[in-house]
Write a protein that binds this ligand. Structure first.
Ligand code: MN
Length: 249
């Protein structure tokens, strides 16, 4: 069993160190992660320059690229042997609802999935890693479950862990994604030379946190597990757009 570990917070993050350590009992672990914090990188690939893979004193490999670059380079070129599982995280903060579209943590797992490898993204709610041990326990439970009962078809799982002590955890639940309101606007700041600059603002507030959502699970101290798909096509929209096109004629 070979496990590739990646993240988007960078190879120096306590979250990836904990995840790598948690995976050692399951097999041979290789860490390939971005050299900088690339949170929010989504599925971006670096196409305008070559990428290096260097080894840190921790034994972790780091890449001057995105989370997607890391998994792509590792699986298709750098590693001698193909991993059997890709795990990403443990992210510093939750990745729920529309966060999943921007998340580099999810993207790293998704890249493994796109390359035909089962993949899981792990994120710990509430930034700051207060309950990293809880997340480690959850990651081990999920991975041991995958080994014991693998899915017939590959799955991409998005797992969020509430930031609570292990004894306060209220179990695991399979969830749909919640919904956020539109993002907060950018914040305009002046550069020292007076030119306008912009900080990207906060994510939108909660719009749908009803029962069955990842938001709801976390609020109720439950681990959320959401299987994700890559196909963005709007199956329900096919009919109305077909009708619209017919009406134009
Ligand atoms: Mn991150």
């Amino acid at each position: 069993m070979r496990i590739l570990v990646c993240n988007d917070d960078g190879y120096f993050s306590p979250g990836i160190a904990a995840l790598a350590e948690a995976m050692r009992g399951f097999g041979e672990v290789t860490v390939v992660a971005p050299e900088a914090d690339r949170s929010g990188a989504s599925n971006s690939l670096t196409l305008d320059r070559p990428l290096y893979v260097r080894k840190a004193s921790s034994g972790f490999f780091y890449v001057n690229g995105t989370p997607t670059d890391c998994v792509h380079v590792a699986v298709t070129g750098f590693l001698d042997l193909r991993p059997d599982l890709v795990v990403s995280g443990i992210n510093n903060g939750q990745n729920v609802a529309e966060d999943t579209l921007y998340s580099g943590t999810v993207a790293a797992a998704m890249e493994g999935f796109l390359l035909g490898i089962p993949a899981v993204a792990f994120s710990l709610a509430d930034r700051g890693f207060d309950h990293l041990d809880t997340a480690v326990h959850v990651a081990q439970r999920v991975v041991s479950g995958l080994l014991r009962r693998p899915f017939a078809d590959n799955k991409l799982l998005n797992v969020n862990i509430p930031s609570v002590a292990l004894g306060d955890l209220a179990g695991f639940t399979v969830c749909r994604l919640g919904r956020r309101h539109v993002s907060q606007p950018v914040v305009r700041v002046a550069s020292p030379r007076g030119e306008p600059m912009f900080w990207v603002g906060a994510p939108g507030g909660i719009r749908d946190a009803g029962p069955g959502t990842d938001f709801y699970a976390l609020a109720n101290r439950q681990v959320s597990i959401t299987p994700l798909r890559v196909d963005l096509a709007d199956a329900e929209g096919l009919g109305s757009v077909t009708q619209w096109l017919d009406d134009l004629r």
